[in-house]
Write a protein that binds this ligand. Structure first.
Ligand code: ZN
Length: 56
């Protein structure tokens, strides 16, 4: 089993625990789109996104 590293606090965790995975897609008009993958603790994600607004 692979160990994952939280993108926020950099602590590692097991993939079979609660966590959040995000694909950060770089949308480019004149180049190919690109995706960065990140994983993080659910708690870290909630702290990070607190106050974020839905785009639509
Ligand atoms: Zn974390």
């Amino acid at each position: 089993m692979t160990t994952l590293y939280c993108a926020i606090c950099e602590r590692r965790f097991e993939p079979d625990t609660d966590h959040v995975e995000i694909d950060a897609e770089h949308v480019r008009m004149d180049d190919r789109n690109e995706i960065d993958d990140y994983v993080m603790h659910t708690r870290c994600w909630l702290n990070l996104t607190e106050g974020w607004v839905d785009p639509a």
